[in-house]
Design a protein around this ligand. Structure first.
Ligand code: NAD
Length: 296
């Protein structure tokens, strides 16, 4: 790939708005055909301010495109059995298309059990084993929003991963693993390497990457010396670093040293204004998909 003096920005804000506009007009068509609007139920356990803020953000996004929502706010001390009952009620409710349980959950609750209880056809996060299995098999039902957003960003930026060496840093169930499965499939055709905390000589891998996805959760860890000239760099990380000049006392940065890496990359996503906004937009797309399925 050619070297570049300064990589072009993949503008997550603009791309996410495009996705939202598409979802909104699809919902208008859907309701014009006589269907009720899609409906998302969120379940929020406890009063973690970050989780509450995420749920409020999702409610606002939904309202913008015409998805109806409600949030079941449960006390942090709620028993696992009571939480599972809430989910079972939502599974049974024909008026609910999508169910989202905001993670993380308090320590006394088994997250896997909670995810496994969500009906797969309402699992808009795509975390249920049935949905992850389908994704691995190559006929996904719901794709987890972050990897879905990354694929959509590439597609809308006319970046075709076919034949690329893709290196993903991070092997979580919500980002690295599903993204690896998606990028290696016939629909994307990349050659995928997944690196993690036990990978030796990380830079030897990252320097070969035509497509580098950083999802390790370490502020500005990926420096220019770890990136090939002309690479496409997707920064998933969202990290707080202290910044007394900000009212709130911190700013958000990615896993990539943006200013340095931008000089080498052909394309790069910023933080904020990148993958995070696409992630939010793809949840809306999944909720519309759920509504269509549930109407069948
Ligand atoms: P996680 O903590 O579950 O996983 C991190 C992964 O990175 C692990 O697999 C670990 O092995 C690997 N890792 C950690 N340090 C490493 C190192 N030094 N070298 C190589 N590998 C290393 O995290 P996650 O939930 O996948 O999230 C990762 C980051 O992405 C976090 O900053 C998170 O806030 C962010 N995130 C952003 C979005 C979004 O919408 N933009 C969505 C999910 C997560």
């Amino acid at each position: 790939m050619p070297a570049s003096s300064s990589g072009s920005l993949i503008d997550g804000r603009a791309l996410a708005q495009d996705v939202k506009d598409d979802v909104q007009s699809a919902i208008e068509d859907w309701t014009t055909q006589g269907h009720r609007p899609p409906y998302l139920s969120a379940v929020l356990v406890g009063d973690n301010p970050a989780s509450a803020a995420y749920v409020r953000g999702k409610e606002r996004d939904c309202a913008e495109v015409g998805i109806e929502t409600n949030t079941h706010s449960l006390d942090a001390s709620v028993s696992e059995a009571a939480l599972l009952d809430t989910i079972r009620d939502l599974n049974q409710d024909d008026g609910v298309d999508g169910i989202l349980v905001q993670l993380p959950l308090p320590g006394h609750i088994d997250e896997q059990k909670v995810i496994d209880t969500i009906a797969p056809h309402k699992d808009v996060d795509g975390f249920h084993p049935a949905n992850l299995g389908r994704l691995l098999r190559g006929n996904p039902a719901f794709i987890p929003a972050t990897p879905f957003g990354i694929l959509e960003m590439l597609r809308r930026s006319a970046i075709n991963p076919d034949g690329m060496d893709a290196v993903i840093i991070g092997r979580s169930n919500i980002v690295g693993k599903p993204l690896a499965a998606l990028l290696m499939q016939r629909t994307a055709n990349a050659t995928v390497t997944v690196c993690h905390s036990h990978t030796e000589a990380l830079a030897d891998h990252t320097r070969r990457a035509d497509l580098l996805v950083a999802a390790l959760g370490q502020a500005e860890y990926i420096g220019a010396d770890m990136v090939q000239d002309g690479a496409v760099v997707i920064d998933v990380g969202i990290n707080r670093v202290d910044d007394p000049s900000k009212d709130r006392g911190y700013r958000l940065v990615g896993d990539v040293d943006f200013d340095a890496v931008r000089k080498k990359a052909a394309h790069i996503t910023p933080v904020p204004g990148g993958v995070g906004l696409m992630t939010r937009a793809m949840l809306l797309k999944n909720t519309l998909t759920a509504a269509r399925r549930n109407a069948e």
